[in-house]
Write a protein that binds this ligand. Structure first.
Ligand code: FRU
Length: 515
């Protein structure tokens, strides 16, 4: 017994020494980090300070890189760096040191990264495979002086799979032709024309460039002056091909973020379906199509070089209307779940679907409830501790239902399928803290529902401590929103008002924390 007490004493002492060593490190102590109120438990968020757009999404040698717009000195936007994290499974993330710091050419705004397998850039000297980051420089001095040419494009390279980075001494690689908003290069290798292609935004349209070596760029074409939504500036473009579900047909997809001008206010993500021939992107689409009707999925782009060619998308889970005001203290904002993109054809029209990667469900181990049926015209009220960190799903053909999450404070988050009015509505007006900014909780958010098909469709909802992501019919209809309940939700009410169709297979699984 004495021995055990002595041993415990030594262990406590050792632990205390270790603690005091750790205490010399950053101010944030591991005991509180990632257990703060509102901290997402299975979404990526930075340890501390401000984050916005995902950048440089690239896979290389078993590692998915996530770079992101980062301001290490405050929880509001400031001089931009590229923060860095890596993952092997796209579920768990490891934080890395800052990858790119501002330099004499400016702050480091959004951009992309490629794997230069053939060393077209010549940066490799001893047979390494370079990773190249292509980003926008934003020169504050130029902006302050009232000039228009303060955004240029630069590149940096890494010869150790993203651990360390060097800027190219010939930066900037694309100078500014006098366009105020000229940014967010997305680069990819185009097999057919055997060259690098860059999509860039300029004001409220897109520009394309080509290069053999990532250093010298030739202008190719413009797209979109008179197509899609133009309520604000275009940002964060992405261009890639996808095959249409169940066919061999290939189409090209151009993703464009826009701010303001989204269907439910502020920032949003539109897309165009068309063709790209190595020079020009063309689409006969006149009206905008939206990837997500929620208010909080912005600046999303996709991975380059994924192992099975899967198109994996990550968005920033916020909105410029209130991004700086959300009620978190140590860090600001999180990313959406990584989602797989696919194309579906309905009649003559193409739609871009986005749906969480299957690997996310490896976190959904703990069954809270399962196999419940809510009959036509029925109502189910469940009390479930832990539902605020869970995945909820059911199958139905119901065209009229309401799902409500509630807590002991009487706060509630409501979702209504109202197919009679061709709409799905998400109401966060009483979901918790909403008054930190006037746009956050001032209206219901609306998603048009065109078609629900003839067979039961799936509704899948991911709730985390400060977000909700709703996927209807495998990503055909999607809404992503932030929420800030003052107490965790612990009740679920499902009212099935449809007189003909039941809601079946209601299952709720607690999600493990990734931190
Ligand atoms: C999009 C954006 C980009 C820009 C970056 C700056 O949210 O405005 O256009 O590069 O954020 O942080």
């Amino acid at each position: 017994m004495k021995n055990i007490i002595f041993l415990s004493f030594v262990l406590v002492l050792l632990h205390a020494c270790k603690q005091s060593e750790q205490n010399k490190e950053p101010a944030v102590t591991p005991s509180t980090l990632y257990s703060e109120m509102y901290r997402p438990q299975y979404h990526f968020s930075p340890e501390e300070k401000w984050m916005n757009d995902p950048n440089g999404l690239v896979y290389h040698e078993g590692v998915y890189h996530l770079f992101y717009q980062f301001y290490p000195d405050d929880t509001v936007w400031g001089p931009m760096h590229w923060g860095h994290a890596v993952s092997e499974d796209m579920v768990h993330w490891e934080h890395k040191p800052i990858a790119l710091y501002p330099d004499e050419n400016g702050l480091i705004f959004s951009g992309s990264a490629v794997v230069d397998h053939n060393n077209t850039s010549g940066f490799a000297k001893n047979g390494e495979t370079p990773l190249i980051a292509i980003f926008t420089y934003h020169l504050m001095e130029g902006e302050k002086a009232g000039r228009n040419d303060f955004q240029t494009q630069g590149i940096a390279y890494s010869l150790d799979n993203g651990e360390t980075w060097s800027k190219y001494e010939g930066n900037p690689v694309i100078k500014n032709p006098g366009i105020r908003d000229f940014r967010d290069p997305k680069v990819f290798w185009h097999d057919e024309s055997e060259q690098w292609i860059m999509a860039l935004v300029a004001g409220d349209y897109a520009k394309f460039y080509a290069s053999a070596d990532l250093k010298q760029w030739k202008y190719l074409s413009d797209f979109g002056r008179y197509q899609g939504a133009h309520g604000g500036v275009w940002e964060c473009p992405d261009l890639f091909s996808l095959s249409v579900e169940g066919t061999d047909e290939e189409k090209w997809v151009l993703i464009i973020s826009i701010n303001p001008g989204a269907p439910n206010g502020g920032s949003g993500t539109q897309y165009f379906i068309g063709e790209f021939d190595g020079k020009r992107f063309v689409s006969d689409q006149k009206k905008p199509k939206w990837l997500d009707y929620g208010t909080d999925n912005y600046a999303g782009v996709t991975y380059n070089n994924t192992p099975s060619n899967e198109r994996i998308f990550i968005g920033w889970m916020s909105n410029w209307d209130y991004a700086r005001d959300t009620p978190t203290e140590k860090w600001r904002s999180a990313m959406t779940l990584p989602r797989s993109l696919s194309l579906r054809k309905e009649g003559d029209e193409f739609f871009l679907l986005n749906y969480p990667l299957g690997t996310i469900d490896t976190l959904a181990k703990n069954v809270l409830t399962n196999g419940i049926t809510v009959p036509a015209g029925g109502k189910e009220k469940l009390r479930i501790e832990g539902i605020n960190q869970s995945e909820i799903s059911f199958n139905t053909q119901s065209k009229d239902f309401k799902v409500t999450f509630q807590n002991e404070e009487g706060e509630s988050l409501e979702m209504v399928m109202d197919f009679k009015n061709e709409a799905f509505l998400l109401d966060r007006m009483k979901s918790g803290k909403v008054d930190f900014q006037s746009e956050f909780g001032n209206k219901k958010h609306h998603m048009p529902i065109e078609d629900l098909g003839e067979v039961p469709y799936e509704v899948k909802i991911y709730l985390d401590w400060s977000s909700v992501e709703v996927f209807i019919d495998k990503g055909r209809y999607v809404m992503t929103q932030q929420i800030f309940p003052t107490l965790p939700y612990n009740q679920l009410i499902i009212e099935n008002k449809d007189s003909a169709s039941e809601i079946s297979n209601l299952s709720i699984n607690k999600m493990d924390s990734i931190w």
